[in-house]
Design a protein around this ligand. Structure first.
Ligand code: CMP
Length: 143
């Protein structure tokens, strides 16, 4: 069983698409084990996006992610990391497959609605950054 970090970014929240993202992940069969609706601090944004520091879009990205609330979540399931990334689609919405969230609802890479961990190490690091262990809930989904 795998866990992954997923965030509906400010564009998704402001456009009223947080529910759509949750619906698609639930219907895929994944299990929500943690969720927080929150305003992101500059410090948290800089830590989360540290790997992009120095890139031309970094400042805009940090400013953007702190500009309005996000829905931060942890989802669990078999191959959850890959499953979530498939459901979200390619980072660049114009390269995302039809039927994916980013294809269906986005056009620009800087407003691509969601963030999802890109691998097992990143997932562990991001879950640890955004959630305390006590904020994650173990429960059984109906099958
Ligand atoms: P995300 O999955 O949150 O991880 C890094 C983010 O940087 C990415 O989604 C995009 O929103 C953003 N990003 C990546 N490349 C660019 C770019 N060229 N211009 C603006 N934003 C970008």
């Amino acid at each position: 069983m795998e866990r992954t970090f997923v965030m509906v970014k400010p564009d998704g929240v402001q456009r009223g698409l947080a529910g759509e993202v949750i619906l698609r992940l639930e219907r895929r069969g994944l299990k929500l084990v943690g969720a927080k609706f929150m305003q992101v601090s500059r410090e948290l944004a800089e830590t989360h996006y540290a790997v992009h520091k120095g890139k031309p879009f970094y400042e805009g990205l940090v400013r953007y992610i702190t500009s309005a609330p996000v829905m931060a979540m942890v989802w669990e399931g078999p191959n959850a990391i890959q499953a979530v990334r498939q459901t979200m689609g390619a980072t660049r919405p114009t390269e995302a497959a039809p039927g994916t969230v980013r294809h269906d609802f986005a056009l620009e890479v800087g407003r691509n609605l969601t963030h999802a961990s890109d691998g097992p190490e990143t997932a562990v690091a991001e879950i640890g950054l955004w959630f305390k262990p006590s904020e994650l809930v173990s429960w059984d989904r109906a099958t």
